[in-house]
Ligand binder design. Sequence first.
Ligand code: PLP
Ligand SMILES: N[C@@H](CCSC[C@H](N)C(=O)O)C(=O)O
Length: 463
Amino acid sequence: MSDSLLPESSKGKANGVGKALRTKDIDGHDLPPSPAPSTPRNGRKYALMTELVYTEGSDQYNASSVPIYQSATFKQNSATGGGEEYDYTRSGNPTRTHLERHLAKIMNANRALVVSSGMGALDVITRLLRSGDEVITGDDLYGGTNRLLKYLSAHGGIIVHHVDTTDPETVRKIVSSKTTMVLLETPTNPLIKIVDIPSIASIVHAANPSAIVAVDNTMLSPLLQNPLDLGADIVYESGTKYLSGHHDLMAGVIAINDPALGEKLYFTINASGCGLSPFDSWLLLRGIKTLGVRMEKQQANAMRIATFLESHGFKVRYPGLKSHPQYDLHWSMARGAGAVLSFETGDVNVSERIVESARLWAISVSFGCVNSLISMPCRMSHASIDAKTRAERNMPEDIIRLCVGIEDPEDLVDDLSRALVQAGAVNITSDGFLALGVGSSLGKAEASSEEGECSKIAPTPEE
Ligand SMILES: Cc1ncc(COP(=O)(O)O)c(C=O)c1O
Ligand SMILES: N[C@@H](CCSC[C@H](N)C(=O)O)C(=O)O
């Protein structure tokens, strides 16, 4: 990925970006350093942006787009099993295999496996656990993750500790020989907190070498962060989000380096029948090819929106902003900030009005898609976490999450400005507007409260 979207302080640093992956061209001439995300494994030859679109192997006709092998079963040469690669699509399918190999390369993993959703991926991973096992996880997690862990704790005899994983020392205090799995999310959904994967992985592995550190990488995608290179044993993500990019499929991805662990996970996928269908495998493969260009544009737009909101006095959570309290930690692990940000208004009713006043921003759960979305996590994606637990975990009820797409950024700003004004979320002054409760003028806007419309916002010095 190009360095162009990285902050100055991080250019060429994060996770090996700037390290040459290949130093000679095919004729033995020196190549300029190509940005490689990490030490290459699994046959990677080019920069990640290239590898996303470059797939090896096809069918006997050299089809440029890998075919969809829409077949449940495969003919065998003998009754005793002729050693064919495929017998039944639940156990394996050529389109799925092609996708898994492509993902293993992109994720810098020994093996990747694809299943029917991100939650399906977590379900497969948690089947490594046995009654009495202890799991350490965060106190800010995607609602569905929290729900599955709660179910396992209530019905599977698993002991789940929700702690503040943003502080590795908290993990050090609680980890023990009984800890079998540590489940991390970074940045967290929806509070955009950053978790120090390398520190936690080394603390956990020192306390119990057989404990598994699993990282949910959904919020960044393999383009921006490689948890396996940062000490994790398993990385999983919802392919429904950035990897597919168009909200036209559900998928989950699991990547590992340990072959024995890979076999155990594959056993569960085959035994339980949650492998990704051939058609969805094909669609996901197609989506991955444009991940690089989509993400570059989405990140640039997200930065524009984050600075716009911050300059108008809102408390914004986005790791691309220097004001993020864990900015340096984030950029020590990641190559980008992603395109999900959240902000608070101080009033849940005002937040609701903003969300409902937006026109271009669709009110939807999910993220990572080409079109922009707006949501209230406490009422939507995280509604399965009960209100008492949300309060105990300091989750602001008024928080609004923005998932930024690839539209013209000024259209997004205009629509958001209009929604803020219409919802009464800002104090309008003669020379602009500011979030309610903010005393001094930070940004300038030309606003017309009469029409509930706010036209172009004059750029602030930061913008
Ligand atoms: C961080 C995170 N992990 C996992 C999931 C689960 O993915 P899926 O919806 O594909 O099951 C989601 C969203 O659903 C998510 O936001
Ligand atoms: N009704 C769904 C909500 C899915 S939320 C999807 C996504 N992870 C997000 O954060 O927006 C459910 O109960 O799972």
